[in-house]
Design a binder for this molecule. Structure first.
Ligand SMILES: *Cc1c(COP(=O)(O)O)cnc(C)c1O
Length: 502
């Protein structure tokens, strides 16, 4: 695939359209330019590609066709909740009144009350969903929500001058961001092992807890795709030792409107609205990771939050809080009110889905995962935790296939691309050998799930009869097997006119 600059030919133009009418000059552009200092003005025209409209359309349409997306195919990428996001959420979040608003605009009726009331309502809905009374929407990703949570736990202990708590307990089936977060907040991570049935080893937890325990970070459902059965006991053990409880809520799709982390005793929860509530997730962003807390942590919330008051005539007035109201706040984590576009999508999604709808979302997410797990195990695949009910995702281990046919989880994943499916997450979690972590989500039909099962069965047959086809897959994609380390460390992303391409 080339970059559009390579198609550039000097002087080539598309037809010039100016249907909407106003030119930069009429809009006062000249006046603005004349305000700029001489040395800030461009002396030569921008080196833009010179292509016809048709060339530009073809270039970008082709690019979009090479791109794999949920709009075209099944995307069972475990731990990521790659569900279909209703277009209406996007359309409403892109309303010109939202999109065109400058974040420094006044928050008066004309310019700010609309967006602030939406964000306030989102705060209210998230509090209800999680069962905790405090929220800040500002963290810009799940991992930043975690950071906010653990930093607040630290602030809580520090405020009480309880400074000998140096450890955070992290079960080894937690998401990798959990130990990373604890480390970034200056804690030592103490890893808690998992039992063979997928639950946290409660005895090991009891042995690890002590006066040095600042808290526990729990991913639930865990990355093993199971709901932690001893969760209440774990909460009690940690609280009794004076530690606080952090809930990684990125897997909320499995539990929304069924159980609430606040009711389980957790002090702090982060959500990934870009997984659960309608923002396409992937490629590293954009996202938002609101953080919810109980009374104990509320003084430390990141600012700003959205508050409601009333004006002289008793009408609602919404405003952003600042440091004067939260003297113990950990401070701002993002510019302005956070990633407002993503938050608005979540707001629209929750308003349209409603609480009954959200309950159906989690029911069908779990049903789809269990259906798929059942069909695949009936077809001869091995579930990593066959005795457990799946949550919204589950794990297959392809160790048998690797031993018998010399075809690995990676080979299966690559071959699935030829069959038109995005590959599930592979080799994560690290606890299960040759694993595929499969998350179908509630938005897939039974027919689509059946097609996926058929592809898996077909690949298994190939592994037996023509393993080389599987080992050298994919055969149909623009790129095949990348050197993943080199692609990450030395990405070839910059084009310049004198780059000679091979
Ligand atoms: C995705 C995920 C995260 C991290 O979220 P980001 O938005 O990618 O930073 C944390 N925990 C779990 C369980 C996740 O699935």
């Amino acid at each position: 695939m080339s970059v559009i600059f390579e198609s550039s030919r000097k002087g080539r133009r598309s037809m010039v359209h100016a249907p909407m009418g106003i030119t930069l000059k009429e809009a006062g552009g000249r006046a603005i330019l004349s305000d700029l200092p001489e040395n800030a003005l461009r002396t030569a025209p921008l080196p833009l590609p010179e292509v016809s409209e048709l060339e530009a359309v073809r270039h970008y349409t082709r690019l979009s066709q090479i791109n794999y997306s949920i709009d075209t195919n099944f995307y069972p990428l475990g731990s990521c909740t790659m569900k279909y996001n209703p277009k209406v959420c996007n359309t409403l979040a892109l309303h010109p009144g939202f999109l065109g608003r400058h974040p420094l605009s006044p928050v008066d009726a004309d310019l700010g009350q609309g967006v602030l009331s939406c964000l306030y309502d989102l705060q209210r809905m998230l509090k209800g969903l999680i069962g905790l009374p405090g929220v800040s929407l500002t963290p810009m990703a799940g991992a930043q929500g975690e950071f906010a949570g653990v930093a607040m736990i630290r602030a809580f202990h520090d405020a009480r001058d309880d400074r000998n708590r140096t450890e955070i307990l992290v079960p080894d089936a937690s998401h990798g961001t959990n130990p990373a977060t604890a480390t970034m907040c200056g804690y030592t991570v103490k890893e808690i092992p998992t039992l063979s049935d997928g639950d946290v080893d409660l005895e090991a937890l009891k042995a690890a807890v002590g006066p040095q325990t600042a808290g526990l970070m729990l991913t639930n459902p865990s990355t093993l795709g199971v709901f932690e059965r001893s969760i209440r006991e774990m909460a009690k053990v940690v609280h009794d030792a004076g530690g606080l409880l952090y809930y990684d809520g990125a897997n909320l799709n499995a539990i929304a409107q069924r159980v609430r982390p606040g009711d389980m005793g957790f002090d702090c929860v982060h959500l990934n609205v870009h997984k659960t509530f309608a923002t396409p997730h992937g490629g590293g962003g954009p996202g938002a990771g609101p953080v919810l807390v109980n009374q104990r942590l509320m003084p430390h919330l990141p600012i700003p939050t959205i508050r409601r008051g009333t004006d002289d005539e008793g009408r609602d007035i919404f405003r952003l809080t600042d440091a004067s109201e939260y003297p113990q706040s950990m401070g701002p984590l993002s510019a302005f009110a956070g990633n407002v576009g993503v938050l608005l999508r979540a707001y629209v999604y929750l308003r349209l889905t409603g609480s009954n709808g959200m309950r159906r979302v989690s029911e069908f997410a779990v049903l789809n995962a269990n259906y798929l797990m059942k069909r695949l195990t009936e077809a001869g695949f091995t579930a990593a935790f066959p005795e457990r009910r799946a949550t919204h995702e589950f794990i297959l281990t392809l160790k048998n296939e690797a031993d018998s046919f010399g075809v690995t989880a990676l080979d299966f994943a690559k071959r699935l691309l030829d069959y038109g499916f995005y590959a599930p997450t592979i080799y994560f979690p690290l606890l299960v050998p040759e694993c595929l972590l499969i998350e179908p989500t509630e938005t897939e039909s039974k027919e689509e799930l059946d097609r996926f099962v058929a592809a898996m069965i077909a690949i298994r047959k190939e592994a037996e009869t023509e393993p080389e086809t599987v080992r050298t897959a994919p055969h149909t994609t623009p790129v095949g097997r990348l050197d993943e380390t080199r692609a990450a460390r030395q990405p070839d992303l910059v084009w310049s006119a004198d780059t000679t391409r091979t």
